[in-house]
Design a protein around this ligand. Structure first.
Ligand code: ADP
Length: 310
């Protein structure tokens, strides 16, 4: 009768009795019974359970009893669903540039005299696919927990200075002012320089991408204690609607927009996890019409020798 109690079905007593008798008959005859079902915890909350009942015999082969093991598989199921969603999203994301590639190849065949234009677009599509595949690989590595950080003491200010200088031409091309208010004191963080550059590049590129002409993007250090510092990437772009803000760090999430800025929706989710791997936190504040602010809080290193980023 133990199985009956544990299953805690909502059926009436007679149904339960018949069900358990059926299970016991099955276990006695075949040695094993397994089912997945939704069960209730003592506090009334529901969970996905795997129920396995096995026949246990005495040394002489006579039936001694049955053992039932109930396992909470909610997390396994959620992970399996997440994986399936990831594959579906990834395939969908890859399909778009592949379709563009095929269309452009077709146009190349029928209009070969416009070779330069076709080649420029093919280059662009190929680059987009590489970026997408790199992001997908990073996401997959993060989900499997196999990203290893090559940590070194770095002056984050030098790293930011380099990124800002690198993005300056793109900002100018879009008539956006990009500024780094460099603090006088170095900001030493024990971090993987490449991964940290990836985080800040993503935030700065987004700030440029989601700002209109004449917009301003500013990178600055907001607060600093002996233990940690907050680095802010701020823009005067169109902002993120409050109802979408809680989801922007989720993989593949993109705020629906009329301007059709193409992106995979993976960058922020990767940045979020990378900052967390460094013991920090990435948060966002935004106001529609006035802009967005992304804040990276990082623990500061107890200073020893500083290694400049290469
Ligand atoms: P994407 O490749 O689409 O830019 P991200 O993960 O970097 O992917 O960003 C997720 C979404 O968050 C973007 O699609 C965009 O809608 C929104 N977003 C990110 N940064 C900004 C910003 N600075 N201003 C406005 N919206 C932003």
């Amino acid at each position: 009768m133990r199985v009956l109690e544990l299953l805690q079905s909502n059926q009436d007593g007679q149904d339960q009795l018949e069900q358990v008798e059926g299970v016991i008959r099955h276990v006695v005859e075949r040695g094993f019974w397994q089912i997945e079902r939704v069960m209730r915890r003592k506090d009334g909350s529901k969970f996905d359970a795997s129920v396995i009942t096995t026949r246990v015999d005495k040394a002489d082969g006579e039936l001694a009893g049955v053992v039932t093991v109930i396992r909470d598989i909610s997390r396994e199921k959620a992970l399996a669903e997440q994986r399936a969603r990831f594959v579906a999203h990834a395939s969908h994301e890859l399909r778009t540039p592949i379709t563009n590639l095929m269309t452009r190849l077709h146009l190349f065949r029928i209009r070969p005299e416009r070779a330069q234009e076709h080649l420029a677009i093919l280059d662009e599509v190929a680059e987009r696919m590489i970026r997408l595949v790199d992001d997908l690989l990073d996401r997959s590595r993060l989900e499997r927990g196999i990203i290893t950080l090559r940590r070194q003491q770095q002056n984050i200010c030098s790293l930011l200075d380099k990124i800002v200088r690198h993005q300056q031409s793109e900002a100018e091309r879009r008539s956006i002012s990009l500024r780094f208010d460099c603090p006088s004191e170095p900001l030493i963080v024990e971090c993987d320089g490449e991964r940290m550059s990836q985080v800040f590049t993503n935030l700065i590129v987004n700030a440029i991408n989601y700002s209109p002409e004449q917009g301003q993007v500013t990178v600055y250090v907001r607060s600093r204690t002996a233990q940690s510092a907050e680095i802010v990437v701020e823009d005067t772009g169109h902002g993120i609607p409050a109802e979408h803000l809680p989801y922007i760090f989720q993989p593949f999430f993109r705020v629906p927009n009329e301007n059709e800025i193409k992106g995979s929706g993976l960058g922020l989710s990767i940045a979020y996890e990378l900052v967390a791997l460094h013991g920090g936190e990435l948060t966002a504040e935004s106001e529609m019409g006035s802009g967005s602010r992304f804040i990276v809080r990082l623990p500061l290193a107890a200073q020893t020798e500083t290694q400049e980023p290469t």
